[in-house]
Design a protein around this ligand. Structure first.
Ligand SMILES: Nc1nc2c(c(=O)[nH]1)N[C@H]1C(S)=C(S)[C@@H](COP(=O)(O)O)O[C@H]1N2
Ligand SMILES: [Mo]
Length: 314
């Protein structure tokens, strides 16, 4: 096992699209060269991800903001805590256990999965329930690829996820008071989990996933509020019953199972009609924009909820 390379924090400016793509070509070549020279493993080099068609045409949020304005309560409550306090976290080696209602349960090494399913670049609009948003170039592979390997049984209806518990490396799990109950848990309906937009992300901006963003592997579901994107996943369980998620367990009045981005359904304590785009100038609300139904992915996902009352199923 070679050393884990923490990501380099690059320019604090929004990367113009063309420049970003050229940078990605460079990273791709560098990754190939590194692999050839040292026989090093997949995670140690920058990710050589192919560009996918799942890419929004909006300015990228600067990597500085993506990696310093985070929610990851295992490392603390403030937005800066995950970047400041995750240095001791060891993301490799890493395995994900996949069990429950499947024909072929197993424990999968993340580096082997990355070799089997080469990461693809997806530029996704992300919307936090706190009414801010970012545009992030993720690198990952569809969750469906892993689900196919374990052969879900006909009785499986949902997918439950669990984050690692390591109080020695995660100061937010080791404080004077419990902010949340650990492990952090999340859930999706099986059809949501198998949707082509749903990603297991292993990097961002062409680099290995930073600890604060959920190293080495986290969920990304771009039509749902950010909290559904569970980080540092160690277990995935297929179930017949609807699993609970951490925020729903903590405050069921305010957070539901679905958490689909919906400008028409306000959070009990604030409006969801607009959002603040992180990294853009903020004078007089210039960085506020309307929130879109399903975060702009309605064409691709609205049919999953045909006939459902999305006020009752929030
Ligand atoms: N394990 C874990 N996963 C988590 C969280 C957390 O506190 N713990 N926070 C969630 C919330 S509220 C958001 S908005 C996103 C933020 O992801 P980012 O920091 O990569 O932007 O992570 C989600 N995943
Ligand atoms: Mo969030």
């Amino acid at each position: 096992m070679t050393a884990y390379h923490p990501p380099k924090i690059a320019s604090s400016e929004i990367t113009p699209r063309g420049m970003y793509l050229r940078r990605r070509e460079f990273l791709g070549a560098a990754a190939v060269a590194a692999l050839a020279l040292s026989g090093t493993d997949a995670m140690a080099a920058p990710l050589a991800a192919a560009k996918s068609s799942y890419t929004v045409d909006e300015p990228l949020t600067p990597i500085k903001d993506v990696t310093t304005y985070n929610n990851f309560y295992e490392f603390g409550l403030d937005k800066g805590d995950p970047a400041a306090l995750s240095g001791k976290f060891k993301p490799l080696p890493w395995t994900i256990k996949v069990d429950g209602m499947v024909g072929k349960p197993g424990t999968f090494d993340i580096e082997a999965l990355i070799k089997e399913f080469p990461p693809e670049e997806r530029v996704y609009r992300m919307r936090c329930v706190e009414a801010w948003s970012m545009v992030i170039p993720w690198d990952g592979f569809p969750l469906a690829a892993l689900l196919d390997k374990v052969e879900p049984l006909g009785s499986a209806k949902y997918v439950a996820f669990e984050t690692v518990v390591r109080p020695d490396q995660m100061p937010g799990q080791n404080g004077f008071f419990q902010s949340l109950n650990w492990p952090y848990v999340e859930g999706l309906r099986l059809d949501e989990a198998r949707h082509p937009l749903t990603l297991l992300a292993v990097g961002l901006y062409g680099e290995t996933m930073p600890n604060q963003n959920g190293a080495p592997v986290r969920l990304v579901v771009p039509w749902k509020y950010g909290f559904k994107g569970i980080k540092s996943i160690v277990r995935i369980t297929l179930t017949e019953d609807q699993p609970k998620n951490t925020w729903q367990l903590t405050n069921p009045q305010e957070y539901g199972f679905y958490a689909n981005v919906n400008p028409a359904v306000d959070h009990p304590r604030w409006s969801q009609a607009t959002e603040r785009r992180i990294g853009e100038g903020g004078f007089f609300g210039a960085n506020r924009r309307p929130t879109l139904p399903f975060n702009g992915y309605a064409d691709q996902v609205a049919s999953l909820y045909a006939g459902m009352d999305l006020r009752a199923n929030f």
